[in-house]
Design a protein around this ligand. Structure first.
Ligand code: HEC
Length: 120
């Protein structure tokens, strides 16, 4: 009798842990989101993403990886010529290092590339 209760509690724990893990990893997929029907610009959309998620490490006198993402020119360069997009979308080596941003945010970055990286 007690053995069965123990098994049930154990099962509940395992299932509980699994559902938590799944919830953290599965953030959805940007490719299934409705399309963005406006032009994405640095000033309106991208700057705040960088400010909120990147410049704690990528700004100031000694930015990480020598990459300063606090202005338009550098962010544009890293998105066009560097690996900003690849790193933001990387599952194994993401930027920020704490984990990829939401699918909505990654979709905004993609649309900025499609729109040809405008400032305004
Ligand atoms: C907690 C600090 C931290 C945050 C926040 C952070 N980064 Fe980084 N980033 C690093 C470090 C450290 C490196 C160098 C090591 C590496 O490449 O993983 C790096 C490297 C990079 C590189 C590669 C540069 C190169 O020359 O190869 C890119 C691109 C990048 N980060 C973009 C971003 C973007 C975009 C964000 C925000 C969405 C961001 N990072 C947020 C610490 C951070």
């Amino acid at each position: 009798m007690y053995k069965n209760i123990f098994k049930i509690v154990l099962l509940a724990l395992v299932l509980g842990i699994q559902s938590c893990t799944t919830a953290v990893i599965d953030k959805g997929n940007k490719n299934t989101l409705p399309p963005i029907n406006k032009t994405v610009t640095y000033q309106t959309d991208i700057k705040s993403i960088m400010t909120n998620n990147c410049i704690t490490c990528h700004a100031g006198p000694a930015p990480n990886a020598g990459l300063d993402l606090s202005n338009y020119q550098n962010t544009r360069y890293s998105a066009a010529q560097g690996n900003l997009v690849a790193r933001m979308n990387s599952a194994t080596n993401p930027m920020p290092p704490s984990g990829t941003l939401s699918p909505q945010t990654l979709q905004i970055i993609d649309k900025w590339i499609i729109d040809n990286l405008p400032e305004n």
